[in-house]
Design a protein. Sequence first.
Length: 86
Amino acid sequence: MSDDGGLWLLALGPAGATGLYWALYRYYRNTDKSHAFERETKVDAKPVTGSDAKVDEVIGTRETRIRGDNVKSYRARVQRIRGNTS
């Protein structure tokens, strides 16, 4: 009996691992199906509009909180979305 019969079994491990890796890579990356945003999407840029009106000035760190923040009033910040219940 020859030892060549078991050699294919040893080669099957790395070949199977390589095949599995490549299949998972192709499945999760889908590079052949991906959308090339930079080439296929047209974005019309428009000039920036706005104003630079100065509203207030805070110098240094004298104020540790932002005036009018609602950090502690959870119910006022987070509201339930009221949708159709049909």
